[in-house]
Design a protein around this ligand. Sequence first.
Ligand SMILES: [Zn+2]
Length: 100
Amino acid sequence: MTPQDSPHDTARYFDGNALAGPLLEIFAVDVTVADGRCAACGLTGPVAALRVYTHAPGWVARCPGCDEVVLRLVRGPQSAWLDLRGALSLRIPLPQEQAG
Ligand SMILES: [Zn+2]
């Protein structure tokens, strides 16, 4: 993979394929054990503690602190749509990084 020259500054960047490895690792784990931070109230807690409503189109997970939407997930026949705009961050436990 060859870094590209950014038109905006002197920094170099990779195309989105660089995310393939990290995202594969992230989504291969159980995200429900990750700690999410609510964008609305700042409450931090495990994704498993969110309040998940399944009667909407797809699943809607709301913050147990302020009831704002943290996560939306719609599963189609050939793809999933994941909306995380209500989460400031996810801290995902991973196995010890391998040297290499
Ligand atoms: Zn909240």
